[in-house]
Every structure is written in structure tokens, then in C-alpha cells.
Ligand binder design. Structure first.
Ligand code: AMP
Length: 347
């Protein structure tokens, strides 16, 4: 187990932000291990900071004896990310017996829309109205699938008919079983912004590590089609994330950014012990009055942090060295281990 005196290995699944996480771990002096699907071995072999691999057919093999033994014998701490959430159920994640960095119990609150809303409300965040049924749609709404699908399948609806049409399309594509798999939310007009935080339970401080926005296909490409052609072609935007773009906020907005982050950490401590140690992200929209409405959170590292392997305009204010989120995680493991407080940063 990672709690022994033996050197810790930082491990993660080969996808999402694995390169950043393992590069950061190596920079902090850890051994690194990648749980890698066969088809991706060629990609990850290119990077010298990956010390070893456990090759699997599917990621949920981390629950199987063979993989668990290898992780245990390397004294691994597993860094969870979006791929873990999207490819494993909450029940499976909770069964992982390798120490997971952060709070693995809060990942259920990320995956379940109702629990997610409850935690955001407990934090006192401004959130979009949840529309309980297609009959209550009154104004522009965004229709979402459950779980971390990276915006895939999301569509806009403004009445019952447009909701049903969208649902039918998704059923035909086999993306959902039926309308019951959909979640309807008020569409907040403004610009989307993703706030990347790190909370250290060791020092009880919240750090703003970076900010990004997503580059989504094809909603971010639609502006390149003139209105006349858009109307003719019956364009339907989708919100499939392709990458991320860096962003800095007006400095006057930062005070609230810290406040909502701290409110979220406090709410997490109340609702889901041990709270929100490590990286998380509040995801929302700034409207024309500069008000932030949070539509989602991620209770673990987000892929938008991949922008800042050499540090961000915000981490640069806190650290005199390049500090990616991946490296910050490894630094926390190192400090916690040294202080004999590893229990507070893994579950
Ligand atoms: P998500 O995967 O939930 O982070 O959302 C994907 C994208 O959908 C975001 O980047 C936004 O462009 C958009 N989005 C999600 N929820 C809302 C909302 N309530 N209002 C407006 N846009 C939204």
C-alpha cells in the first residue's frame, strides 16, 4: 500500500491528461506508471518520463486481480481523470483499492446530475435552472447526457417538439436509450469559462491554477458559416470537445473566483467527506453583467490543464517554477508523505 515507507509510484490511465500528470510526477522525483490500452502503447512509448506500463484491453481491468497486484507492488497512488469517470461506473470507482488521489467518493457526485446540483446549491453557487420535464421547457435550454461525455450529444431545445426531435436523433445514433437518459438545463447566455483550482488540505489553501475555455465542434465553427447558408443547411450545433484554449479573466473578477472556489470546498467538506482535496474545476458562463453561473463541476483534474504544462498566468503568480496541475498533485503527495499525512490526500 502507498501508506508504507516504500517509495510511491504515481499512476494514471493512458488518456485525457496522462502525459501532463506523469511528466509532473517525474519532475517531482516520482516513479511513474501508466495503465495503457494496447492500442495506445505506441503513443505513450514516445515519452521518456513514463517508467512502466500495465497493458490492458480495457481500463476497468484496474479492478482485476492481476492489475491490482501490480499497482500494489509499485506502491501506486492512482490519479483519477475524466476517462476514469467516463469508462467506469461510480460503483466500480468506489471499489478501486489502489489509493486514489483526491476524494473518490465525490466522483459519484460529479457523475450524477441530481447529486451534482445538490452540491452546487449547498455551495451557494448561482446555477442554471434545471427543467424537470419536457413540458416545462420555456425558453432556450441545453439538453445533456448523464456522465462525463465531454459535451458529446448535447443539443439545444426551445420547446417540447425540438426536445423530442433531438432525443429521437440520439436514440437513432444509439447514444441514449430514451428520453429518460437526458437532462434539461436552462441555457445561460454569455461566454463559457473553466476555472481550474487546487485545494490543499495540508495547508488549507485554495490555489487558482489556470483558466481555459473549450474548443467545441461544431458550435465553435458555426460562426464561420454565414447566416444565409446556416439557415439553408439547417445547422444543429453540437458541443463535442476537441481541445482547449487559454484564457485570462479581468482581474476584478478574481475575487469572486476565489470565493466560489472556497465555498465549493466548504460545501464538499460538509456533504461528502473528506471534501475536495486536490484539483477540481468550476465550469460556467459569464453573462453580460459579469455574473458567473456554474453549470458543472469536475471533482478531479480536467483536460484543460494540459495547456499549462509549463505553468499558467495564475500558477506563475504562486510558484517561481513551472507548476502544472499534474506537478502540483505530485508535490502534494510528496509533502503529505513527508508530513505523515498521506491519508488526507488519498481515499
Ligand atoms: P460541459 O460538458 O457540461 O462542460 O458542457 C459543454 C459545453 O456546453 C460548454 O462548454 C458550454 O458551451 C455548453 N453549456 C453547458 N451547459 C450550459 C448552460 N447551462 N448554458 C449555456 N451553455 C452551456
Amino acid at each position: 500500500m502507498a501508506k508504507s515507507a516504500k517509495a510511491i509510484t504515481i499512476a494514471t490511465l493512458g488518456s485525457h491528461c496522462a502525459l501532463q500528470v506523469l511528466k509532473g510526477a517525474k519532475d517531482e522525483g516520482f516513479k511513474t506508471l501508466l495503465v495503457c490500452e494496447k492500442r495506445r502503447v505506441g503513443l505513450y512509448k514516445r515519452f521518456g518520463f513514463i517508467d512502466s506500463m500495465i497493458v490492458v484491453d480495457r481500463f476497468n481491468e484496474v479492478l482485476e486481480e492481476n492489475c491490482r497486484k501490480k499497482l500494489a507492488s509499485s506502491n501506486a497512488v492512482l490519479i483519477p481523470h475524466g476517462t476514469l469517470i467516463s469508462q467506469m461506473t461510480s460503483d466500480q470507482i468506489e471499489k478501486i483499492d489502489t489509493p486514489v488521489f483526491g476524494n473518490k467518493w465525490i466522483l459519484r457526485w460529479e457523475a450524477d446530475r441530481e447529486m451534482k446540483e445538490r452540491l452546487m446549491s449547498e455551495a451557494g453557487l448561482r446555477i442554471p435552472l434545471a427543467v424537470k420535464s419536457k413540458n416545462e421547457i420555456n425558453g432556450l435550454c441545453i439538453v445533456k447526457l448523464h456522465g462525463a461525455a465531454g459535451g458529446r450529444g448535447y443539443y439545444l431545445a426551445w420547446d417540447r417538439q425540438s426536445f423530442e426531435e433531438g432525443a429521437r436523433r440520439l436514440v437513432e445514433q444509439k447514444a441514449i436509450r430514451g428520453e429518460e437518459d437526458l437532462y434539461i438545463q436552462e441555457f445561460v447566455r454569455g461566454v463559457p469559462v473553466y476555472l481550474q483550482y487546487f485545494y490543499s488540505p495540508i495547508t488549507d489553501t485554495l490555489e487558482l491554477m489556470g483558466i481555459d475555455r473549450r474548443y467545441e465542434s461544431d458550435v465553435d465553427g458555426i460562426g464561420r458559416i454565414p447566416a444565409k447558408q446556416q439557415l439553408g443547411a439547417g445547422v444543429e450545433p453540437s458541443y463535442n470537445v476537441v481541445g482547449n484554449l487559454p484564457l485570462v479573466l479581468r482581474e476584478s473578477l478574481l475575487e469572486e473566483v476565489y470565493k466560489i472556489g472556497e465555498d465549493f470546498v466548504a460545501a464538499a467538506k460538509r456533504l461528502v467527506k473528506p471534501g475536495m482535496p486536490g484539483p477540481f474545476c468550476l465550469e460556467g458562463v459569464y453573462d453580460r453583467e459579469g455574473r458567473f453561473t456554474t453549470f458543472e463541476f469536475s471533482a478531479r483534474i480536467v483536460a484543460g490543464t494540459n495547456l499549462y504544462i509549463d505553468g499558467s498566468p495564475y500558477s506563475g503568480l504562486l510558484y517561481d517554477e513551472p507548476m502544472s496541475m499534474g506537478r502540483r498533485i505530485a508535490r502534494e503527495v510528496k509533502i503529505a508523505k513527508r508530513k505523515g499525512r498521506l491519508d488526507e490526500v488519498v481515499t
